[in-house]
Design a protein around this ligand. Structure first.
Ligand code: ATP
Ligand code: MG
Length: 274
């Protein structure tokens, strides 16, 4: 296993320059008859931080599961041009998922929980140790390797869940409302952690959220979805020359970004623009 960090800007000809995900005209009808997605197209390039934003039930989780290879499409296609594809036509090992609940094994320590994905790949505990400790350090939990989930706060549990997702060094990190259950201060801290990880590792992130403020803070691209059936309503970049930090949170630029995102969301749910 390599321990070197991915370069931030891939060299020309590097496979990481190819899109990570290409969804073309995807529709998803569940057996219940619910049309969760209709004609959704989305291409995600390496290094992007994309937020998927939209009202409840508009198909964000369904889209994310399809992107992860966890659910099939009814019509349309999904491709992962820069991933190794296995015999089932699914990407192998390049994509990690963080859910709203940390879903840790209560009988395992923090170390044991982060070890799980490496164990499933047949890596021995001793071979995995350095990588696990390094990953725990990136989320500020290096001193908690021996702790059990019950001994941790909600924010710390979520950090373990993020470490577990990062320990396999995925190219693409999918996060489905990961911080929705946390208090505002913890949420802001974790937002900053995720931004730092994104900057330092060059990982690509697709982040599902209900929060206009969170999406405007984190992303360099926002995809607003519309419901019944779920589809893309707006897809636009959020460019800022400022670094996204406490100063940015109180800036006029951030306020304007929030206003723009909020208007797009209001449009998507059929409200009036203001
Ligand atoms: N396994 C399933 N079987 C049947 N219908 C489903 C299933 N999963 C989701 N749906 C339906 O598909 C639609 C989209 O659901 P989805 O969970 O993707 O929305 P969402 O945007 O993630 O919502 P939320 O913001 O509440 O998490 C909803 O109408 C939902 O009821
Ligand atoms: Mg959801």
């Amino acid at each position: 296993m390599t321990t070197s960090q991915a370069p931030l800007i891939p060299a020309p000809g590097d496979s990481r320059r190819r899109p990570l995900v290409v969804m073309r005209n995807v529709s998803k009808m569940f057996s219940s008859g619910t049309l969760a997605l209709s004609d959704m197209s989305l291409t995600v390039e390496p290094g992007e931080f994309v937020s998927l934003l939209g009202p409840s039930g508009c198909g964000k989780s369904t889209a994310l599961r399809i992107i992860a290879g966890l659910g099939d499409v009814s019509t349309g296609t999904i491709d992962w041009p820069s991933s190794r594809i296995n015999s089932k036509g699914l990407p192998e090992g390049d994509i990690s998922f963080v859910f709203q609940e940390p879903t840790l094994m209560p009988w395992q320590t923090v170390f044991g929980n982060v070890y799980l994905p490496l164990k499933l790949r047949g890596v021995s505990k001793s071979a995995a140790r350095d990588e696990i400790m390094k990953t725990l350090a990136t989320v500020g939990l290096q001193d908690f390797a021996g702790a059990y989930p019950r001994e941790l706060s909600g924010g710390m549990k979520m950090r373990v869940s993020i470490a577990r997702a990062l320990v396999t060094r995925p190219k693409l990190l999918l996060m489905d409302e990961p911080f929705a259950a946390l208090d505002e201060i913890t949420r802001q801290k974790l937002n900053d952690d995720v931004l730092r990880l994104w900057r330092e590792t060059g990982i690509t992130v697709i982040f599902v959220t209900h929060s206009v403020f969170e999406s405007a803070y984190l992303s360099n691209r926002i995809v607003v979805m519309k419901a019944r059936p779920g589809r893309v309503h707006a897809d636009f970049p959020l460019v800022t020359s400022m670094s996204r930090d406490a100063h940015y949170r109180t800036s006029e630029e951030y306020r304007q970004a929030c206003e723009k995102v909020s208007n797009m969301l209001l449009e998507a749910i059929g409200g009036e623009e203001h």
